[in-house]
Design a binder for this molecule. Structure first.
Ligand code: ATP
Length: 231
């Protein structure tokens, strides 16, 4: 992924705001490491940066390229290759039950209905969620929903995985399950988090402060810089 002077400033006539607002200063970044974490204060711009990476948000200046594809002109190809896991799983889970959501994710795979059902159930089982396959999404706990959302995104094997605060609703056991699951994936992972223990397991950590990259480097130095900024 390459960001070239990519920034986001909302114009005063933008329907999303009443006043001109710089959300992300123009950033130039090459995101090539396999495990990149993004940390920073609430409202610093982490989610916006992640949304630029799969074309959910387009930069108001500069460009973002993912595997050579421009997120503006090749948006649908970019979205197919970048799996995005939202902080709020209810933004992601559109079907009544986990089973149906998994089957929806698998709809483009050449499978019979029975094979699709079995594959969906197998994926849920690998997250310890098979007993909830037929439950209403609204009956699941926050953590169960968050794991279901991760399972639906990974079911289609995206080549890059972007996660926006994936562990916010998870208890200790499920955070460990998430960490273990992420560590086994071949995909490049770019994740925002407030969990500094999780961030410390990544190769490169960006600290975002007021829409700018305040630190970019090894996890321990990045976390120390973030702690200093917060104190
Ligand atoms: N569509 C929008 N319209 C107006 N302001 C926005 C929009 N999207 C984001 N912002 C503002 O941009 C800033 C950065 O938001 P963003 O969601 O990227 O922060 P964040 O670092 O992910 O925060 P958190 O840790 O609280 O999730 C915030 O001040 C937010 O209110």
């Amino acid at each position: 992924m390459v960001l070239a002077d990519a920034g986001l400033t909302l114009a005063p006539d933008d329907p999303r705001t009443q006043v001109a607002k710089q959300i992300l200063a123009p950033l130039t970044l090459e995101l090539t490491e396999k495990r990149i974490a993004i940390i920073g204060a609430n409202g610093s711009g982490k989610s916006t940066l992640l949304r630029l990476l799969n074309g959910l948000v387009l930069p108001s200046s500069g460009t973002v390229h993912v595997q050579g594809r421009n997120t503006r002109s090749e948006a649908s190809a970019v979205r197919r290759s970048v799996g995005f896991v939202f902080t709020d799983p209810l933004s992601q889970l559109v079907m009544p039950t986990p089973q149906e959501d998994l089957e929806l994710s698998l709809r483009r795979q050449k499978l019979s209905k029975k094979q699709r059902q079995e594959k969906a159930l197998g994926i849920l089982a690998s997250y310890g969620l098979d007993h909830l396959a037929q439950s209403s999404i609204y009956e699941l706990s926050g953590g169960e929903r968050q794991l279901t959302a991760l399972a639906t995104v990974l079911a289609v094997d995206p080549s890059i995985l972007v996660l926006d605060e994936p562990s916010t609703l998870l208890d200790l056991r499920n955070t460990q399950l998430l960490m273990q699951r992420l560590s086994t994936l071949d995909q490049q992972i770019i994740m925002s988090t407030h969990d500094l223990v999780l961030a410390a397991t990544f190769e490169r950590v960006l600290v975002i402060e007021a829409g700018q990259v305040a630190f970019d480097g090894a996890p321990q130095e990045a976390i120390a810089a973030y702690r200093k900024m917060a104190s």
